[in-house]
Design a protein around this ligand. Structure first.
Ligand code: ATP
Length: 301
């Protein structure tokens, strides 16, 4: 056991620079070729000793974050405790800055953060592989939240290969009002693709090359999100946000994951600032945030 009485872990959001989605599998999931980039918008998860498992949250939209055992952070604590035969007696406080239900893997980030925080608080000393296997049990995006950086996710997104990135990329994220349910977006994808022979998802060599070269112009030309049409179908107003960001000088814009956050790639930090200001003034989103990626995954502070 350690004698730490509190552990805080910082965990980044993600954007999918490529999200290639295959047809629905017999189990209902979709095979993906998912190129994740961790970006500098963070949640912080603090674990402290407590008489029983408890979750609290602060930050925008935390009224939409469940505080019971369905919170992914609580589930992470329970899974780790069960593996080590201990009681999951911990207070998890989530200081939330990642948009809720925004397609930026906020819940997954909290799960990875809670896992690392509880492991340090309880002194369970789980190996990296054990932590990764618990992450995969919790959800497809959770392993990436643990490792951060950039990675190609295969399977449902949880089979990760780290990717080399040749430099920082400057992003602007337009936060929308309300969220979109990821399962609902996949259902819409299935509806839009009914009767279509959806090709096997493959990572784009041009995209991997642009990441490796740190070439924002080249990356902008090959960003792609197979869920974008479904997200736009459920939330048509996102088209105006995408237009506003590009009109303000972004190299390209796309829906982040299942949305409704939209992501804009900018040439440099200065251009990102200009795009963020224009988006904030456009009336097409609630807020605009700049962030750089890649950044490291879950980190004990
Ligand atoms: P992804 O990008 O991985 O598809 P998301 O970013 O769109 O996910 P989340 O913010 O992870 O969405 O939230 C999705 C839903 O999960 C929320 O509406 C909420 O009901 C539930 N949830 C469970 N735990 C959390 C958590 N710690 N933070 C936010 N939402 C949570």
């Amino acid at each position: 056991m350690t004698d730490r009485s509190a552990v805080t872990v910082r965990v980044p959001a993600k954007v999918n620079v490529q999200l290639a989605v295959g047809g629905a599998r017999p189990d209902g999931f979709h095979d993906l070729a998912n190129v994740f980039l961790a970006v500098g918008l963070y949640d912080e998860v603090t674990a402290t000793r407590a008489a029983s498992l408890r979750v609290t949250a602060t930050g925008p939209d935390t009224d939409r974050v469940p505080l019971d055992r369905t919170n992914l952070a609580a589930r992470a604590a329970e899974l780790l405790a069960a593996r080590y035969g201990i009681a999951p007696d911990v207070h998890l406080h989530i200081d939330k800055d990642i948009p809720v239900a925004g397609g930026m893997a906020g819940g997954s980030a909290d799960a990875a953060g809670a896992l690392v925080a509880c492991d340090a608080l309880w002194g369970t000393g789980a190996s990296r592989d054990e932590l990764l296997s618990i992450c995969a049990e919790l959800g497809s995006d959770v392993p990436f939240s643990l490792v951060g950086g950039a990675a190609l996710g295969r399977g449902r997104g949880e089979l990760l290969t780290p990717l080399e990135v040749g430099g920082p990329f400057h992003w602007v994220f337009a936060v929308a009002d309300g969220g979109l349910s990821t399962p609902a977006v996949y259902r819409e994808f299935d509806r839009l693709n009914a009767g279509v022979d959806v090709p096997e998802p493959e990572a784009s060599p041009a995209l991997l090359g642009a990441l490796r070269a740190g070439d924002a112009g080249a990356l902008a030309g090959v960003l792609s999100n197979g869920l974008q049409a479904a997200a736009l179908s459920l939330r048509p107003s996102l088209a105006a946000t995408l237009e506003a960001g590009v009109a303000a000088g972004a190299l390209a814009g796309l829906v982040s994951g299942s949305g409704p956050t939209t992501a804009f790639l900018a040439k440099d930090a200065e251009a990102a600032g200009v795009v963020a200001e224009a988006l904030a003034a456009s009336g097409t989103c609630r807020a605009a945030r700049v962030a750089v990626g890649p950044v490291p995954g879950a980190t004990v502070l």
